[in-house]
Write a protein that binds this ligand. Sequence first.
Ligand SMILES: Cc1ncc(COP(=O)(O)O)c(C=O)c1O
Length: 414
Amino acid sequence: MRLSATTNIFFLQVIKILPSCFKPVVSTKRKTMTQTLPAKNNQKLQLSPLNIPNRLLLGPGPSNAHPDVLKAMNTAPVGHLDPAFLTLMDEIQSLLRYVWQTENPLTIAVSGTGSAAMEATIANSVEPGDVVLVGVVGYFGNRLVDMAQRYGADVRTITKPWGQVFSLDEIKTAIETHRPAIVALVHAETSTGARQPLEGVSELCRQYGSLLLVDSVTSMGGVPLYLDDWGVDLAYSCSQKGLGCPPGASPFTMSPNAMEKLQKRQTKVANWYLDMNLLSKYWGKERTYHHTAPINLYYALRESLRLLAEEGVENSWERHQKNAEYLWQGLEDLGMTLHVEKQYRLPTLTTVKIPEGIDGKTVAREMLLEDNLEVGGGLGELGGKVWRIGLMGYNSRKENVDRLLEVLKKKIKG
Ligand SMILES: Cc1ncc(COP(=O)(O)O)c(C=O)c1O
């Protein structure tokens, strides 16, 4: 394996200060980077400062954080029970309700990435033996299956080829067949670039007493979402995509119906860190310590939500749609084919087929290392077949599309 120039400098500087007795151990570069550095002999380590390249992140996420968000993140931390921080938590809650268009009192940010918020929805709503119906049309549907199984759910699935979505009729038939306690759907399947329509699903859920759980990791902030109008009971997202924030503080919400199920549980929530009975006491009136909040990430999240609210969430959805359409046209003008039918395409994440004769992985790597531009490769069924191009949050801008198209043109046309 080749190490980057920076890594080699780091390696050499470590080597210089190692006592001679350690030098034989470091015969391969790989070993050196992972071995425990000795504290013996009062040695001081002279390591190079952080040196990360400046990339344009047009892959499936993370996307680049807005500069104002990074500035906010740089603010000195206060305590997690400081009145100023508690006010900031309240602001996060109301801004999340705004972006999601929900009145759910329990709307918070979970400490952790989108998967933590995903697990929070499952851990709090699923009791062992509950039938959970999951729509699997991509990688993240499968993650929901795995998580629900770990919490003892009786998981049933419906599937379609990756890149397609379920019709209301297909969902209806599945609900009638399985009578689930929970129906889980991925609104924006990042592995395929398809948007699952949600209108009408909750009416079906209500008929059978099912809760509707929705993954909005790749839609929040960039794709129209009306949680209350669409009757969504549990939803989660992330910070590092449509919100233009670094990863680590993830939106979570649950409806009064989902709260009722939580309160009626016969079993304890099998995850202490994500138990909403406990977390709601920190985010609610009691302000009881649960865990130390990642203060600076919450600064960043608050700032990203402020920027979104200043733009207006509907304007943000429109901006994402406009820039995505500009990208789609540009890709087609280069002779490329898009993977998802236009009406179901996500504005935040586009899957484009890798042209014949092109090694997608090599090209993506060259773009990253030579052009400082990241795009994603295909996952699962779509591995090696598509590139995944994200235009999310702060990155959904015309100049980014132009830069990407220029680089892609160079790669595929020569
Ligand atoms: C649709 C979807 N769900 C869940 C996740 C998991 O989020 P994270 O990687 O932030 O844990 C992702 C991540 O890309 C995603 O795209």
